[in-house]
Write a protein that binds this ligand. Sequence first.
Ligand code: ATP
Ligand code: MG
Length: 395
Amino acid sequence: MLHNTSYIICHYAEIGIKGGNRNYFERILAKNIKEKLDKELPDSFEHIKRISGRILVKLSSSEKQIKNSLNTYYLILTTTFGIANFSFAIESKQDIKILKKDCWDLIRNKKFKTFRITAQRSQKDFPMTSEEINKEVGAYVVEKSKKKVNLTKPDVNCFIEIVDRRAFIYLEKIKGPGGMPVGSNGKALILLSGGIDSPVAAYYALKRGVKADFIHFHSMPYTTPASVEKVKNLAKILGKFQIQSKIFLVPFADIQKEIVLKTPEKLRIIIYRRLMLRIAEKLAQDNKYLALYTGESVGQVASQTLENINATEDAINLPILRPLIGFDKEDIIKKAKQIGTYEISILPHEDCCARFVPKHPEIKADLKEVQIAEKKLDIEKMIEKAVEKIKIEKG
Ligand code: ATP
Ligand code: MG
């Protein structure tokens, strides 16, 4: 008899997370799945358990409720980093007679000409090998259905998992997003501009398990609130991949005015950037962020030369990570479309730097020259004043 209870079995890629790390990784992954389900489908599950390389979600909803919420489950699990694949499964028993019947019950109403059985035995004291299970269950299905086995391209693939004194069966492995569970690799501050690149950089931070909060510099009231609105919407979209985030909104116009007044025109952009980085570093120190992320890619625009990267990076000590450094614009756009940030990023907004932009910005900044030009500024005070005026929003 087939048990009615349904489960979701989440698998993760185990490479690199053996030993002591595994427990830590699993705990965070289970917590992230739980938090997302609690938020989007409260009361839909009884418990979430970690069993031998898998996260098992026991669903408490009826078959019909599960069907109705299928899209939401998909959306949640395909955006939870750390999941390599997941399956909607039914519990059977570690008894070959029952397994045969349950597998047949699961596929008998499907339309298929060929099938295969794919058993995986994680509990090694089960008396049959995976191969033996495949053969015996397969023979039973052939007898009942008169259909053929096809190991390479079957119409139906019936998976059996022997694990933790239990047995599960399912017909589909759905691809997860891979990566590592958000929060398993510390937290970082993403410099989010409202453009196409930085949200994609944020995605790659999250994918490697880094919890992301955001910092945005705006020139209001000289610019419209458009960039701020965009950043809030972008953080919301990126919120698919994490539970909650903070957005630090930094008023930048006063700093820009002072730079315009006191430093050579061609160095302005570099000096704006150095101030941005210093403010971000100050926030990072106060809030325990371990790195900054930007959407820069070498040579993408005239300002992103190695010389300029060198001249901006020198301003701070905190690591600046640039996941898009080797990406072509085309690839960044493709990814932005895939994660859903592109449509917002292309809405018009006035970049804070465009507001006070020089006619001929320096393309190959000389670090010494920049450092000398900055001597005219009371940098400590500029940072302090900006930090005082920061507004924090929930992302
Ligand atoms: P993006 O598409 O991310 O805006 P971009 O190609 O326009 O990037 P730049 O304007 O040179 O490139 O900015 C480089 C990086 O600096 C951005 O990816 C972002 O991380 C950061 N940045 C630029 N402007 C701002 C801003 N106003 N607030 C926060 N970060 C910013
Ligand atoms: Mg930009």
